[in-house]
Write a protein that binds this ligand. Structure first.
Ligand code: HEC
Ligand code: HEC
Length: 231
């Protein structure tokens, strides 16, 4: 009963936040349509060869992979895993960086150079990258801390938006297997306001969570490997 009521609330939330990124996407898409030639149907084989997927795969390899890794997971500190991120989430964040609303020296410099078509192309490409599991950890996960993280994720409804496998979808990012220090910094940033979000969803989600609990959630999500693992 309680679960159902809570889920109802989360659905309303999701509907409200879903509308906004779609607007960005639509805005970007319609602006892009003016400068690009007509149909962007995937797989359409125009005689000129509009091989956009291949094009952005190559551009990702030359422009993004140095930091984010060829497969979307790098070892570079502070650089998030992109593999497995939904394209709608990716385009929203590229937009925030380009407009200077989300700021990071390295990433903002890159985003400033992107056209609307580029943001769409890179985001679509990111959406095709399969999730890459984290390298085997040096030490086994602390079972008590994992259990605590799991119950916090339920208590604070993280799972209602990020999914029971923390895999995300649409405008909601995958957090399973993301780097711990990046998760920690993001969660603290939403709470302190240093990471402006696209909607209020995350800001209100973390408002009642203590910094110590946020760190436990980061620990848990970074090590989460599937439904059974956290049980
Ligand atoms: C010089 C290193 C560097 C390069 C090159 C770079 N990035 Fe990033 N990127 C970062 C860092 C660092 C962050 C995290 C910023 C933060 O902590 O706010 C980031 C964040 C992102 C995010 C948000 C991820 C999330 O989980 O919120 C996306 C999407 C992204 N980059 C895409 C790209 C794309 C596409 C390219 C190539 C066009 C690219 N990046 C090139 C360093 C880089
Ligand atoms: C109402 C839906 C909702 C709830 C509840 C929610 N999230 Fe989120 N989360 C989002 C959305 C949407 C974003 C994208 C942030 C933005 O607006 O830019 C996000 C972003 C994040 C990020 C940033 C990931 C990245 O790659 O940069 C982390 C980490 C995160 N959430 C963890 C959590 C945790 C932990 C909880 C529970 C305490 C939680 N979320 C609860 C919707 C939600």
């Amino acid at each position: 009963m309680r679960r159902r009521a809570a889920f109802g609330v989360a659905c309303v939330c999701l509907l409200a936040v879903a509308a906004l990124p779609q607007q960005v996407s639509a805005q970007v898409r319609s602006k892009g349509a003016a400068s690009s030639s007509g149909s962007s149907a995937p797989g359409s084989s125009a005689p000129g060869g509009r091989t956009q997927a291949v094009d952005y795969a190559q551009r990702f390899a030359s422009t993004c992979a140095a930091c984010h890794g060829a497969n979307g997971r790098s070892d570079m500190a502070g650089t998030p895993v992109l593999a497995g991120q939904p394209s709608l989430y990716a385009i929203t964040q590229l937009f925030l960086f380009r407009e200077g609303r989300r700021s990071n020296e390295a990433m903002t410099a890159v985003a400033k150079t992107l056209s609307d078509d580029d943001m769409r192309g890179f985001a679509d490409y990111i959406g095709t990258l399969p999730p890459v599991p984290a390298p085997a950890p040096a030490a086994a996960a602390d079972a008590a801390r994992m259990a605590k993280g799991r119950s916090l994720a339920e208590q604070h409804k993280c799972v209602y938006c990020h999914g029971s496998n923390l895999e995300g979808g649409q405008q909601v990012p995958r957090i399973a297997g993301q780097k711990e220090e990046y998760l920690q910094a993001s969660l603290r940033g939403f709470k302190s306001g240093t990471r402006p979000a696209y909607t209020q969803a995350m800001v209100s989600a973390v408002s009642q969570v203590s910094p110590e609990e946020l760190d436990t959630l980061a620990y848990y999500a970074a090590r989460f490997t599937g439904g059974a693992a956290g049980k």
